[in-house]
Design a protein around this ligand. Structure first.
Ligand code: IPM
Ligand code: MG
Length: 369
């Protein structure tokens, strides 16, 4: 069995706490011989700022590129709010995405049967929901130039950013969406604001051209972002794969996550282009942030972090069996009504972060024997 090198970047606040539980799962896979992982650790975000006065060092980027995959926690917290804008924890994550060339962000929004009642929408609207949001991750207004804040003297100031997308950027992310759709429901909904923004006009043209040239077996429709937000809460099951840009994807993925009952459940994958050596840069992280309000209290939900690990096994290491084991264990735990506070229903006593980790490991043990 090949040894896989994983770089663990736990980050800040809730990140390290839930990462401990994912690492227990990693250790279990190693100890039982189900996998062979070599684990390295690095600093990112506020933790890196505190140690090195920057939210991301070049050494960390090098470690990430040398690893077979990165397991990321979450970054940020109130203690770094006064830090220079360019040195904020979030900038560490953005620079890591850019440094690793992670242009494709896959954010599944899946409703576990046991949690259909935890959604803020009616159960019948979300039961069985399975959407994949494909978000462009290193372009658009997040990185566009020029950007800045201009002093306008007596008139105050002016903040500005640039939204731009080129054919190359659109085509490479659209390929990812169409390829994924082929393995699912064969439908892509591409989301833009072409009625107002030129970048959206180009986005719409290029996705259509690509579909006609290479993916005639996949159904493509286009939606404006405002309509899509509305449709997601009106009838979310109409969607299979949603393809969209960096900013719209950021917003829609939080919205879609909440349809599933809790942000604390959802993993994500960020992938780069496969190199000539066959290696693909990859980073896996929970969709939830660092949740400073509940950090350090042993009550955050570690499942998104654990499911990010299973996504890594599936996408980077082709370990479908081990990924299934983790996901089945999570399902079994939920079916027994073992819940952290964010997903506990009426009358359930929430378990702690550590107890949730215990429960997942116990189910893995039971399923494996
Ligand atoms: C996300 C987060 C990040 C983003 C922040 C932390 C920079 O919200 O991964 O969705 O905006 O991309
Ligand atoms: Mg976000």
């Amino acid at each position: 069995m090949p040894t896989q090198k994983i770089l663990v970047l736990a980050g800040d606040c809730l990140g390290p706490e839930v990462m401990v539980q994912a690492r227990r799962v990693l250790a279990w896979l190693n100890d039982t011989g189900a996998a062979s992982f070599e684990i390295e650790e690095g600093l990112v975000g506020g933790a890196s700022y505190d140690a090195h006065r920057t939210p991301l060092t070049n050494e960390t980027v090098d470690l990430a590129m040398a690893a077979d995959a990165v397991l990321f926690g979450s970054i940020g917290g109130p203690q770094w709010e006064e830090v220079d804008y360019d040195l904020r924890p979030e900038k560490g994550l953005l620079r890591l995405r850019q440094g690793m060339g992670l242009f494709a962000n896959l954010r599944p929004a899946i409703v576990f049967d046991a949690l259909a009642g935890a959604s803020s929408l009616k159960t019948e609207l979300v039961k069985g929901l399975d959407i994949m949001i494909v978000r462009e991750l290193i372009g658009g207004v997040y990185f566009g130039e020029p950007r800045g804040i201009e002093d306008m003297g007596d008139e105050g100031q002016r903040g500005y950013n640039t939204q731009a997308y080129s054919t190359r950027e659109i085509v490479r992310i659209a390929h990812v969406a169409f390829d994924l759709a082929r393995k699912r429901g064969k439908r892509v909904c591409s989301v833009d604001k072409a009625n107002v923004m030129e970048s959206g006009v180009v986005w719409r043209e290029e996705t259509t051209l690509l579909r006609d040239a290479h993916y005639q077996d996949v159904d493509l429709n286009h939606m404006f972002i405002d309509n899509c937000s509305m449709q997601l809460v009106r009838a979310p099951k109409q969607f299979d794969v949603i393809l969209t840009d960096n900013l719209f994807g950021d917003i829609l993925s939080d919205l879609a996550a909440m349809l599933t009952g809790s942000l604390g459940m959802l993993p994500s994958a960020s992938l780069g282009a496969t190199g000539d050596d066959g290696r693909q840069p990859a980073l896996y992280e929970p969709v939830h942030g660092s949740a400073p309000d509940i950090a350090g209290q042993n009550k955050g939900n570690p499942l998104a972090q654990i499911l990010s690990l299973s996504m890594m096994l599936r996408y980077s290491f082709d370990m479908a069996q081990q990924a299934d084991l983790i996901e089945n264990a999570v399902e079994a735990v939920l079916a027994k009504n073992i819940r952290t506070g964010d997903i506990a229903g009426d009358g359930m006593t929430p378990v702690s972060t550590i107890e949730m980790g215990d429960a997942v490991l116990a189910e893995m043990e039971a399923l494996a024997s």
